[in-house]
Ligand binder design. Structure first.
Ligand SMILES: Nc1ncnc2c1ncn2[C@@H]1O[C@H](COP(=O)(O)OP(=O)(O)OP(=O)(O)O)[C@@H](O)[C@H]1O
Ligand SMILES: [Mg+2]
Length: 226
């Protein structure tokens, strides 16, 4: 099998689990419940690119102003605030999602990518779209992933998972890679885990791996089990 070009995930310990990083270009899903580390993962991914002189583009679907992102980031020492507005561009698409059609949203995302020309794109969280485009959610996801695949970039979508489902099935089938984040109550404490569910063309570690989240490093895959 021909080797893909790969780019580092930016998450300490994860590249070693996935034959060096995300295939470039590709579309990935990072899915998990509330507070499992999806946004932190996204920031590690973009910060890694920024450090290497790559351009990043972060779309939020939550109508959060840039101030929110700066405040969020200030809890993590590993994120350099100087990247914002420079190596990492921030774009709120919450209002477009509420007021405009699917086609307009897709066009907006495409135009923004054409303007910024990023190597790394994040849409956090993509699952919010399902609340607005209920009936056409699958079609929208299919068109979005196709649009993203046309760019020379790795795109990372984050997906919220409710406690009763293990992963967002409707997105999983469309993307190249799926990484699951989870939190499990064990012996009275909450432990966090990361699992690579799939990565196209990649020999990867399977099973849940314990992670820690720290201010200085973000998400770190602990080495105890591989
Ligand atoms: N400074 C910090 N040091 C250590 N851990 C932190 C710190 N800040 C946040 N965390 C941990 O990171 C988790 C939050 O991660 P994050 O915001 O990336 O989750 P998320 O999956 O995006 O959540 P949401 O569903 O709310 O969007 C918290 O639950 C907390 O455990
Ligand atoms: Mg989040």
């Amino acid at each position: 099998m021909p080797e893909f070009r790969r780019i580092s995930t930016g998450v300490k310990g994860l590249d070693e689990m996935v034959s060096g990083g995300f295939p470039f270009p590709s579309v990935a899903l990072v899915a998990g419940g509330a507070g499992t580390g999806k946004t932190t993962f996204s920031m590690s991914f973009l910060t890694e690119g920024a450090r290497n002189g790559e351009q990043g583009l972060f779309f939020t679907t939550l109508s959060e102003p840039t101030q929110w992102m700066l405040r969020y980031s200030s809890q993590f020492d590993f994120i350099d605030k100087d990247y914002f507005g420079n190596e990492i561009k921030y774009q709120d698409i919450g209002l477009i999602l509420q007021k405009q059609s699917q086609e307009e949203l897709l066009d907006f995302i495409d135009d923004k990518i054409a303007e910024v020309m990023p190597q790394r794109v994040v849409i956090d969280p993509i699952t919010v779209v399902g609340n607005f485009f209920e009936e056409d959610y699958r079609t929208f996801l299919f068109e979005l992933v196709n649009l993203l695949k046309n760019w020379q970039a790795v795109s990372l979508l984050t997906g919220e998972v409710s406690p009763e489902e293990s992963y967002p099935a409707e997105i999983t089938y469309a993307v190249d890679s799926v990484i699951l984040l989870s939190m499990i109550e064990e012996e009275g404490s909450r432990r966090k885990y990361l699992e690579v569910l799939k990565m196209r063309g990649t020999d990867h570690t399977t099973g849940r791996q314990p992670i820690s989240i720290t201010s200085s490093e973000g998400i770190v895959v602990l080495k105890s089990r591989f």
